[in-house]
Design a binder for this molecule. Structure first.
Ligand code: SF4
Ligand code: SF4
Length: 471
């Protein structure tokens, strides 16, 4: 018996979208354009900014096209699109293309290659990469020095290529190394916009199962799932990178993309995987640090601890003490409070299960708090884009701004407006997330609720301070 389609508003039934997605140049044409963009940004950043002081770098990061585009526009856009449209960035990501080229070359040569081990398959290298990135941001101002940002882009491209050459699994970089992998997996699970099969019974009767068949795995286009997923059995944050190959290869046109019914399995938000929970736990500290940085007195208060640490350990210095504080000590403090509240409320399973459940409950709130920072950044940096397009290196613009020959561009949106809107979205998300917590198994529900409530209180309080800054 036919069931009604799981995809209730299906983009792939609209002929212009269908024509684009089914074209053999999709998505590789977009990936090539993105690769050219990344290469131009890297070339533009190389050799700029290493010798400047911290005050000048605070301006140069916005006037240089590389740092502006990577940290002020692309990173915030990735957070927004993940929350609204899922992993749509992955559709055009040039790293996947470069990884595929490495993989194809290695298969042609036929040299022996390693397999992803259990540690890599479980996503722990992604967490180490994300941590390393945050430490480089704290310790070396990676996000402020265009030269370092350019090297970061080149290292990503190189790593994507080398992992393709060295590892047997396709999409080895996306599956085990991409530093944005955990962020995209966690933030992309809350949107109702997903890729999903239309009719389960069609897949049950399908004899060829082309979407998982090894016969077509290495075709140029219209191949079985290169991520080795089962498109007819999708689950939240299963690693789908929205390449649409399963939609192209399905002989029954049974794969859709768009608004998915709340009853579809992809909409069930069970427990996060351990590496995703670790990401949420670290991101809580990083996002708090970023949000308090928008209000000067709050920022001074938050940084009293790393300041004291740097006085106690002068050899370590303030920047690394700051990294230790917001990536390790502050999250440890908050998660300890949440764990204690879970125990008082009746959580009886072990510490690992408690943290997994608490992070699962907290994840949507952390995601929206991260979006608040992204929105504030675009609002305050976006006005620099015309200047950066006129002077991509940004050094001449920096000099004109420093000598007051040019005025600093105004914010695109009033900061207080961003604060109010994001506070409203955060409260609405926390309210909605009460239902998502019901998807976690019963013994984890208490800790999931504690994670949700604890982070909702923390980030609502921070955003409230945005709106009532005390001078
Ligand atoms: S998605 Fe298409 S190819 Fe895959 S099992 Fe279903 S009907 Fe068959
Ligand atoms: S499930 Fe489909 S869209 Fe997702 S990675 Fe596999 S082939 Fe690509």
């Amino acid at each position: 018996m036919r069931e009604s389609s799981r995809v209730t508003w299906d983009l792939l039934r609209w002929w212009p979208a269908q024509a684009v997605v089914m074209a053999s140049a999709f998505p590789v044409g977009l990936q090539l354009a993105a690769l050219a963009g990344v290469a131009c940004l890297a070339a533009n950043g190389l050799g700029t900014g290493q010798s400047l002081g911290s005050q000048e770098l605070m301006v140069l990061r916005k006037t240089n096209l590389t740092t502006l585009a990577v940290w002020g526009l692309w990173w915030p856009a990735m957070i927004l699109t993940a929350l609204v449209l899922g992993r749509v960035w992955c559709t055009v990501c040039p790293m996947e293309l470069v990884n595929r080229v490495g993989d194809a070359m290695a298969r042609r040569v036929g040299w022996p290659r390693a397999r992803l081990g259990a540690f890599l398959r479980a996503g722990w290298a992604i967490i180490l990469g994300y941590l390393a990135l945050q430490l480089l941001v704290a310790g070396f101002s990676l996000h402020r020095v265009p030269h370092y940002t350019a090297i970061f882009l080149l290292v990503l491209l190189g790593a994507a290529f080398v992992t393709g050459l060295a590892l047997r699994e396709s999409r080895s970089f996306c599956r085990a190394f991409c530093p944005a992998g955990a962020l995209l997996a966690v933030y992309g699970r809350y949107t109702p916009v997903q890729l999903e099969i239309r009719d389960r019974s069609v897949c049950e009767r399908c004899l060829t199962r082309d979407c998982v068949s090894p016969r077509s795995r290495y075709r140029f286009d219209g191949r079985s799932c290169p991520s080795q997923l089962r498109p007819f059995d999708r689950k939240a944050s299963d690693g789908c990178v929205l390449c649409f190959q399963c939609a192209k290869v399905c002989p029954h046109q049974n794969v859709g993309a768009g608004l998915v019914s709340p009853l579809a399995p992809i909409r069930r938000k069970g427990l996060l995987q351990p590496f995703e929970a670790a990401f949420v736990m670290i991101a809580l500290g990083f996002v708090s640090h970023e949000l308090v940085g928008e209000v000067a007195w709050f920022d001074r208060m938050f940084h009293a601890v790393p300041l004291a640490l740097s006085k106690l350990m002068p050899a370590v210095g303030f920047d690394w003490s700051e990294g230790l504080w917001f990536l390790v000590l502050f999250p440890a403090l908050v998660w300890s409070v949440i764990a204690a509240a879970s125990n008082v409320a009746g959580h009886r399973a072990g510490a690992g299960s408690l943290l997994l459940a608490a992070a699962t409950g907290a994840a949507p709130v952390v995601a929206v708090a991260h979006l608040a920072k992204a929105a504030a950044k675009v609002a305050s940096w976006g006005g620099f884009l015309p200047l950066a397009l006129r002077d991509p290196h940004g050094v001449a613009t920096l000099q004109r701004l420093s000598s007051h020959a040019t005025n600093s561009p105004a914010s695109l949106v009033d900061f207080s407006m961003v604060g109010w809107v994001m506070l409203a979205i955060l409260v609405a998300t926390a309210w909605k997330a009460r239902h998502w917590v019901r998807h976690v198994p019963g013994e984890h529900a208490v800790a999931a609720r504690a994670g949700l409530a604890g982070t909702a209180v923390l980030f609502s309080a921070i955003l409230a301070v945005w709106n009532w800054p005390v001078p």
